[in-house]
Design a protein around this ligand. Structure first.
Ligand code: URA
Length: 239
């Protein structure tokens, strides 16, 4: 197993936040293989090193992987000054988990939740971004031209968006239902892309991440990913 920062291993084992764990280390409360480690940075092998905090051995965090169908109004960050419900609150686990990437509070649909930061870093890295599919309900009628523009890429503040798959599911003079598949995860990307062609998003739902779909998973529900699904995600982000 690769060496990781000591405070990160402590936090993943549920001791406290990374910041508080740094304090514990600097206070001399932490030993690695019997020796006090009270300077940072410090790196450890979480699987093989014996790590204690105030004399008690920490339990190495077991890796857990969930798929949540996030409801509206629930946020993907782990700390929220406004005290809103967090996506991680909807998943029953004792592990300290976080979201892989983000959905806006207003967006519903699929989000992976895990405590595996190595896999998370890869899944969210621009080099590997998995295909993610969204169903968008927008005010107004999308034209064929606008759909072509979205497919080829539109200009946002960060630059031109990568090519996207765009399927018009339904449209009339009042609204359009569009399926958009992206391999990119810029902040509020779908909403901003649609605005460049004059369409305001009324609702947005993520229906697929790689091979994972929302089939059988009601809004607000979660399930564990199977071992085969986790293996498949790892394969998708292999170097
Ligand atoms: N694009 C958005 O605009 N919002 C999301 O939550 C995800 C993609």
């Amino acid at each position: 197993m690769a060496e990781q920062r000591l405070q990160k291993v402590l936090a993943a084992a549920g001791i406290d936040s990374r910041r508080k764990c740094e304090e514990l280390i600097l206070d001399g409360a932490v030993r690695v293989n019997g020796k006090v480690v009270d300077t940072l940075p410090a790196f450890v092998d979480a699987e093989n090193d014996v790590i204690t905090v105030n004399g008690r051995r920490i339990r190495a965090a077991r890796k857990v992987y969930f798929l949540l169908n996030k409801p509206k109004g629930v946020i993907c960050t782990n700390s929220d000054p406004q005290g809103r419900t967090r996506a991680v609150d909807l998943v029953r686990t004792d592990e300290r988990v976080f979201c892989v990437g983000r959905l806006d509070a207003d967006t519903t649909g699929l989000i992976i939740i895990t405590n595996d930061s190595e896999l998370t870093n890869k899944l969210t890295h621009p080099r590997y971004e998995l295909a993610k599919t969204y169903v968008v309900r927008a005010d107004g009628q999308i034209s064929g031209d606008a759909a072509e523009k979205l497919k080829k890429g539109v200009w946002l503040a960060e630059g031109k968006t990568r090519g996207a798959a765009v399927k018009i599911l339904r449209r009339n003079h009042k609204e359009s239902l569009i399926e958009v598949t992206l391999r990119q995860g810029l902040n509020r990307q779908v909403r901003r892309m649609l605005l460049t062609v004059g369409l305001r998003v009324r609702s947005l739902k993520r229906t697929q991440i790689g091979n994972l779909t929302s089939k059988g998973l009601g809004v607000g529900k979660f399930r564990k990913l199977t071992e085969a699904e986790v293996r498949s995600l790892r394969r998708d982000v292999r170097d």
